[in-house]
Write a protein that binds this ligand. Structure first.
Ligand code: ADP
Ligand SMILES: Cc1cn([C@H]2C[C@H](O)[C@@H](COP(=O)(O)O)O2)c(=O)[nH]c1=O
Ligand code: ZN
Length: 209
């Protein structure tokens, strides 16, 4: 019992000072698709709201999958947000708040790094969720840079749909080479390293045939 409690506390930050004191910091929640990034972002933001903190939530306009305005998880858990075209809009809209939440941050420009630093320097708690790797297993947009400047990074994992191990890759199951391709289970599946390499091999064999 004691050890499982310790594991939960290591995974999910429950430092109450974050919810009661106004203290600038940057928290990153990253991982593959279906790893629970959005659920964890919503959980932290709802707790901040319970603590009567002023919270503003942003997402890139490009992410219109479930809703134009809300941040929505795969389990349809949601929280209201403001869609923005570029990272600079976040600075303009978030100067007078305690907490800023940002979802799907992989789709933002690199300017998001300075924006997050500026907000944190102003005393704002900044919580960012995003994909750390694209479907090729390449670091995605500004997320690696954000991890570098963060106070805390939580890497979360989905379950590999082939073997049940922890998944760290988002395997694209349709034929498209563009980095940005919105989708859900009809286009992507979370896989562990072994199953991801196997799937890539099979795809290459099919292409060569
Ligand atoms: N293979 C999977 N592994 C883990 N969770 C999955 C899987 N497929 C669907 N889910 C669902 O996705 C939810 C997480 O959704 P979400 O927080 O939106 O993930 P993310 O933002 O990382 O894509 C889980 O709570 C679970 O119900
Ligand atoms: C891997 C990968 C994903 N995408 C898209 C697919 C989804 O619309 C989002 C990720 O959403 P989630 O909340 O993390 O499930 O990103 C993409 O455009 N390119 C990729 O390589
Ligand atoms: Zn696997």
């Amino acid at each position: 019992m004691q050890s499982s409690k310790a594991v939960i506390m290591a995974l999910f930050s429950e430092d109450q000072t974050q919810e009661t004191n106004r203290r600038g910091r940057i928290e990153i929640i990253c991982g593959s698709m279906f790893s629970g990034k959005t659920e964890e972002l919503i959980r932290r933001l709802k707790r901040a709201k319970f603590a009567k903190q002023k919270v503003e939530i942003f997402k890139p306009t490009v992410d219109s999958r479930y809703s134009q305005c809300d941040v929505v998880s795969h389990d349809k858990n949601y929280i209201n947000s403001t869609p923005v075209d570029s990272s600079s809009s976040i600075l303009l809209l978030a100067s007078d708040v305690d907490v800023v939440g940002i979802d799907e941050a992989q789709f933002f420009d690199l300017g998001i790094v300075d924006v997050c630093n500026e907000l944190a320097n102003m005393g704002i708690r900044v919580i960012v969720a995003g994909l750390d790797m694209d479907f090729k297993g390449t670091p995605f947009g500004p997320i690696p840079h954000l991890c570098a400047i963060a106070d805390e990074v939580s890497k979360v994992h989905a379950i590999c749909v082939k073997c049940g191990q922890l998944a760290l890759y988002s395997h694209r199951t349709v034929n498209c080479n563009k980095q940005v391709l919105l989708g859900e289970t009809e286009r992507y599946e979370p896989l562990c390293r072994k199953c991801y390499l196997k799937a890539l091999k099979q795809q290459n064999t099919l292409k060569e045939a």
